[in-house]
Design a protein around this ligand. Structure first.
Ligand code: SAM
Length: 334
């Protein structure tokens, strides 16, 4: 888009920028920067966007993917937790491709705490997500920004498998069901580790999520997710046992499962998100909970924090929010 064809960042520019800024990539913030323009363009292509779309990017880092999105004509709001990186990004852009500057806004904040974004509602999320908060960030954004109808994220290959797994699959679990509440998910390709600096010790993969209507249910989304968490907390157990605490007893759980048309001796890994929604509804009916007319539409402040042990391990620590709200192009503090 009237673009300098060499604006994207390669290994030399990444090293040079990091050196000048004194950036020492941290594992805590999942800082592995892409230094391969071919990979960046592949990510952008895989997102299937049209020029002019409003895109939110989480964790722009030094700008590798951001520049790819700008090159393809997108308008980008980029949410970055690291103040050094957030403040540098508009400067790098002004230096390398000033003609794109009016299409980028940088927000210095922990993505998990973002409840609103500047400018028009974004229709897509495209990100090379920090590994330790990938699933919570993804779920939080799908929950908080219903304008997002397309998401293309690069995550650890194992997490990509979990997000895209169908029921019955070995990797099907909490992230699969919760992502399915919002979207269909498909793993599109694998990305080798050599396109990153520093080189991570796992492969990555791209996942494309396309928004769909959530299951029709009288239960709230929070309640459905509570049932999902309980079902997978003890994934070896039959559902009547796994849901006993939620229902009050194994017998009550069995009754609710039967009312929902689910075999009480089955396990969570066999069920679709619609099954979970019916179970939540049956448990509510059993408990005499008043049906909630706004079921499933309640904004959720905690979507990102509900996950099973394995994903929790991927998550690591989540630093408290950076509080400076906006760093606009060309106005970053020196
Ligand atoms: N997009 C860049 C790229 O592809 O080279 C960097 C990706 S790197 C895997 C992840 C980025 O997310 C880092 O810049 C890191 O500082 C940032 N980050 C980590 N945790 C974050 C959070 N909670 N909110 C916003 N950004 C975060």
């Amino acid at each position: 888009m009237n673009a300098p064809s060499n604006a994207l960042l390669g290994p030399v520019q990444i090293r040079d920028l990091a050196g000048r800024l004194g950036v020492r990539p941290t594992k805590t913030l999942g800082q592995n920067f892409v230094h391969d323009a071919g990979t960046v363009r592949k990510i952008v292509r895989s997102a299937g966007l049209e020029a002019g779309q409003h895109v939110v990017e989480v964790g722009p880092g030094l700008g590798s993917l951001t520049f790819g999105l700008l090159e393809a004509g997108m308008t980008v709001v980029a949410v970055e937790i690291d103040p050094v990186l957030a403040e540098q990004l508009p400067l790098t852009l002004a230096d390398r491709a000033p003609e794109w500057s009016d299409r980028l806004t940088v927000v210095l904040q922990d993505a998990l705490t973002v409840t609103e974004l500047p400018g028009p509602a974004p229709t897509a999320l495209v990100a090379n997500l920090p590994y330790n908060v990938a699933v919570p960030v993804l779920l939080t954004f799908l929950e908080r920004f219903d304008s997002l109808d397309r998401v293309l994220v690069m995550v650890q290959a194992e997490v990509a498998d979990r997000l895209a797994a169908p029921p019955g699959n070995r990797t099907y679990g909490i992230p699969s069901v919760k992502a399915a509440w919002y979207a269909t998910a498909r793993r599109t390709s694998t990305i080798g580790r050599n396109v990153f600096w520093p080189v991570p010790n796992v492969d990555s993969a791209l996942v494309l999520l396309e928004r769909r209507a959530h299951p029709q249910t009288r239960a709230t989304r929070e309640r459905v997710f509570e049932v999902v968490d309980a079902a997978f907390a003890q994934r070896r157990k039959m559902l009547r046992g796994a849901l006993a605490e939620l229902a009050g007893s194994a017998a009550a759980a069995a009754q609710a499962l039967e009312a929902a048309g689910v075999d009480p001796t089955t396990r969570g890994e066999q069920l679709t998100v619609d099954d979970f929604a019916r179970i939540a509804e049956a448990l509510d009916d059993q408990a005499g909970t008043a049906p909630d007319e706004t079921a499933g539409t309640t904004p959720d402040e905690t979507a990102g924090t509900e996950q099973d042990g394995a994903v929790a391990a991927e998550r690591g620590s989540t630093s408290p929010a950076g509080t400076t709200p906006l760093v606009r192009p060309g106005t970053a503090r020196p």
